[in-house]
Structure formats: structure tokens, C-alpha cells
Design a protein around this ligand. Structure first.
Ligand code: DGL
Length: 282
């Protein structure tokens, strides 16, 4: 692997910019290629097979760009497609966001009762329970499906009456006693102020974006792959509608990325062997 090669960051759309932002903050010298599969968003309501297929296509594109490491920033893709990715592309070093989020949750909890807010697909996969229970077998994990929060964050309704009502309705599923809440979706950090207001004051909120960035930085350093000089460059790709990504991206990043987003068509990439890998990983 080449130290100066870029890091690939993949998400179903714009939400992974929360992970990219955390990575950029920790790794100022790195080049990043961000790929948001906006043509197929949302992943959260799709089947495992579909999410695997899209993730492998994205990984092929990023590998074609010579990335030295791929961060699967999307929780849903991390929950459903890492097995297929391991099987199909063992030569592409990669990580998802769930292991880091689970580890941070296990570190944070005092009573072992951990709730996870996530998309339906992530909840269905059982990936967070598995990752948390592997680290703490006596943990009590409660999954809270909260699809609508993705739309809220995309719409920019991150505070005010609507956000308070909808976040409150989801949090009503959180019975008392859970001392840790994992934000198991890329979009949810945007709703952090409302979540903090509505959660019991002593609950620990874990944002998997921040902890994943730390894990990636540590991994690159340990493998001697961390770039140490030069101002890192960013390339943003989407599979549909760059204008919308630019508009929403400004909200996720807190800076203007107008005119800096290109379109990639990952549906045209050959997926030979991918089917075998998916089947053997299922
Ligand atoms: N990126 C997805 C996740 O983190 C949320 C958006 C979607 O459903 O595609 O689960």
C-alpha cells in the first residue's frame, strides 16, 4: 500500500459526511475520496442482498482509485455488507462503524444496559447486539428503529417543534434504566442537541463517527500508512444529483462544497464474482 494514496469513505449518501468530518479533523494530511450512493439512498429500508450489492460496487470503484483504506461510514452497510466485502475484497483494507461504536458503548456503560438508535436494516441485521455482546456477554441491548430521523436530518429539521416531537416519539421506546445510547446511523449526530434535551441527563450518548475516526487513525498509524505532510485533498463523488448533495453537505460539514461534487455511475461497474462472494458470505 502507498502511504500517499487516498482514504476512501463510502456512505449511502450525505450522512457519511459526519464520519468524513471526524476523519478530516484527525487526519489533516490525508487525501480523501468520498463516495455517496445518492441514487440508491436510503439503504436503511433495503434488503441485505441489495445493500451488499451496492457496497461491493462502491468498493470496486474506490479500489479502482487506488485507495489505501476504505471506511464504510454507513451503519446499514456496515451492519449488512462487511461479510460480503471481506469475502470479495480481502486485499482492500477496510472497516465499518459498528465495531468502534460497540466498543465505545461498552466502555461508556456502567450498568451494561445499552440502547441503539438505528435504521430498520441495521436493527434487523442484529449486528450491534452481536458486536456489543461479544465484548460484554451480560449486556442488555435494546435496538430502537428510527428511520424517520434520517429524513428529518436530510430536511434540515434538526431542532424545533417537529424534531422534538419525532425524536421524542422514538425515545419513548427507551424504557428507563438504559445508561448509554448509541447513535447507530450517520445522520443522527445532526440531531444531537434535541437528543440531549430529551434523553435523561445522565445517559451517555455515543457517536460512532468520532470513535470510528479514532480507530482509522490508530490503524493507519500502526500499519505505517499515515500520511504526515502536505495539505490533504478531498474528492466528493455521488451517484445522483450533486446539487442536492452540495446543499445538504454544507449542513453536515458546516462549510461550502458547491462546485466540488462529481457524479460517478457505479451501476455500470462489472460485478463478476461479487455474486459468489455475496452467496458465500450470506
Ligand atoms: N447511512 C445510513 C446509515 O448510517 C442512513 C441513511 C440510509 O438509510 O441510507 O444507516
Amino acid at each position: 500500500m502507498i502511504v500517499n494514496a487516498p482514504i476512501g469513505v463510502f456512505d449511502s449518501g450525505v450522512g457519511g459526511l459526519t464520519v468524513y468530518r471526524a476523519l478530516r479533523g484527525l487526519l489533516p494530511n490525508e487525501d480523501f475520496v468520498y463516495l455517496g450512493d445518492t441514487a440508491r439512498l436510503p439503504y436503511g429500508t433495503k434488503s441485505k442482498q441489495a445493500v451488499e450489492h451496492y457496497t461491493l460496487a462502491a468498493a470496486r470503484l474506490l479500489r479502482g482509485q487506488g485507495v489505501k483504506y476504505m471506511v464504510v461510514a454507513c451503519n446499514t452497510a456496515s451492519a449488512q455488507a462487511l461479510g460480503a466485502l471481506d469475502a470479495a475484497m480481502p486485499d482492500l483494507p477496510h472497516c465499518g462503524v459498528i465495531a468502534a461504536g460497540a466498543e465505545a458503548a461498552v466502555r461508556a456503560t456502567r450498568n451494561g444496559r445499552i440502547a441503539v438508535l438505528a435504521t430498520e436494516g441495521t436493527v434487523r441485521s442484529g449486528a450491534y447486539e452481536a458486536a456489543i455482546l461479544a465484548l460484554r456477554p451480560d449486556a442488555d441491548v435494546r435496538m430502537l428503529p428510527a428511520n424517520l430521523l434520517v429524513a428529518l436530518a436530510e430536511e434540515g429539521w434538526c431542532d424545533g417543534a417537529e424534531a422534538t416531537a419525532i425524536v421524542g416519539r422514538y425515545l419513548a421506546m427507551l424504557v428507563p434504566g438504559y445508561d448509554t445510547l448509541v447513535l447507530g446511523c450517520t445522520h443522527f449526530p445532526l440531531l444531537l442537541p434535541v437528543l440531549r434535551d430529551l434523553c435523561p441527563p445522565d445517559i451517555h450518548i455515543v457517536d460512532s463517527a468520532t470513535v470510528t475516526a479514532r480507530v482509522v487513525a490508530d490503524t493507519l498509524k500502526a500499519r505505517g500508512l499515515m500520511a504526515s505532510s502536505g495539505a490533504g485533498r478531498d474528492t466528493f463523488w455521488v451517484t445522483d444529483s450533486p446539487e442536492r448533495f452540495e446543499r445538504l453537505g454544507a449542513r453536515f460539514l458546516g462549510r461550502d462544497i458547491r462546485g466540488r461534487v462529481a457524479v460517478a455511475d457505479i451501476s455500470l461497474l462489472p460485478l463478476e464474482n461479487a455474486g459468489d462472494a455475496v452467496n458465500s458470505a450470506a
